[in-house]
Write a protein that binds this ligand. Structure first.
Ligand code: FA5
Length: 335
């Protein structure tokens, strides 16, 4: 009986080892471990074994049963974990890598620089962190002027409080350019500016401006208006209409607001409206004096436009916040 049990064990284990799929496991279980299986037959035979041999045969039978059952469990786990086919299909084509594109604001900035470049404006630059001289005093905004208050500016805290601030306008670059270059000069400057404005559809606390400055002999309002009309036609198309509305800026005299006639679609109905894009004017003699340029010899014009507003008008974007949310679904429309 003991040798029969050895043979039974090795037959069961080698049959189990040869199984290659989960479906065959159930047949094996029924044939060997089930209530009418070969192990049950062997147990039934135990009754006919001589009394003195029963303990040894019974012990061996339990060992064989445990060996087959644990081998069966091991095989079941191994077969169910194995994938049906090869784990990786190396012939499968990969997912296409998403292509990047320039942000619509970057695209607008590049277009503006390109148009102004063709009109003879060289690109100038200045820091976003400014001192009060360049952001205020040199621009004819004296100490105590309401525009210098904490409600309208982001001043740096600490020991330098009141000395440095995030620039509120790119007009600071007018000063930096005139401090370093001798007239005649014709420059444009593009960059970020910061104001503690509440966010809404047309306002953000960080936005971009484009500044233009032309200093020469006998420059007049006619040159300013011609430049702005030419810019509008080149950038928006020949049908673009602009108008100058009298206004006030401390650093220009006379000053004007630049409006542009835009086709606005409201509730599916097209409507032509005047929209403010920026400010402009003739450089104030006090600004020339601040940078050491003789206002009796030199004259100049300057303008400053909000780039987000320009992009919104050109591309029909109804809310400035969309430009800063970086939602790829929105940005992809302009790629
Ligand atoms: C200025 O900043 C003047 N420096 C412009 C200027 C330059 C006048 C040179 C004369 C000579 P103003 O504060 O109006 O002006 O801002 C200019 C433009 O920036 C606005 O017309 C608008 O298009 C844009 N702008 C102003 N505030 C915001 C804001 N919070 N969010 C987005 N755009 C803004």
């Amino acid at each position: 009986m003991l040798s029969q049990l050895d043979a039974l064990e090795s037959e069961a284990l080698s049959e189990l080892a040869s199984l290659g799929e989960v479906a065959a496991l159930e047949l094996f279980r029924v044939r060997w471990i089930g209530s009418n299986g070969r192990l049950r037959d062997a147990m039934n035979e135990l009754k006919s074994v001589a009394k003195e041999l029963k303990p040894a045969v019974g012990k061996r039978l339990n060992e064989v049963k445990a060996a087959i059952e644990s081998a069966f469990e091991f095989k079941r786990v191994a077969l169910s974990a194995a994938p049906a086919g090869p784990a990786i299909d190396v012939t499968e084509p990969g997912l296409p890598a998403g292509e990047g594109a320039r942000h619509i604001l970057t695209k607008t900035i590049d277009e503006i620089v390109s148009v102004l470049g063709r009109m003879g404006f060289a690109v100038a630059d200045g820091p976003e962190l400014e001192d009060e001289w360049h952001n205020f005093n040199a621009l004819n905004i004296p100490d105590g002027h309401p525009a210098r208050g904490h409600h309208d500016n982001f001043f740096l805290g600490g020991e330098v409080a009141g000395k440095l601030l995030l620039r509120t306008q790119t007009s600071t670059v007018q000063i930096r350019a005139m401090e370093t270059m001798a007239p005649p000069l014709k420059i444009c400057a593009i960059g970020r500016v910061y104001r503690p404005d509440t966010h809404d559809a047309t306002h953000f606390s960080m936005f971009h401006q484009v500044e233009g400055l032309c200093v020469d002999r006998n420059v007049s309002m006619v040159d300013l208006k011609t430049t702005l009309v030419q810019f509008a036609h080149a950038f928006f198309g020949p049908e673009a209409e602009i108008r100058l509305r009298p206004s006030f800026f401390p650093f220009t005299e006379p000053s004007a607001e630049l409006d542009m006639k835009m086709k606005i679609i409201k509730n599916g109905v097209a409507e032509w409206k005047w929209i403010e894009l920026g400010g402009c004017g003739m450089v104030d003699p006090n600004v020339f004096k601040a940078v050491g340029i003789d206002p009796e010899v030199w004259t100049g014009f300057a303008f400053g436009l909000g780039i987000e507003r320009v992009a919104m008008r050109k591309y029909g974007i109804g809310d400035i916040r969309l430009l800063f949310e970086n939602d790829a679904r929105f940005l992809r429309q302009f790629a």
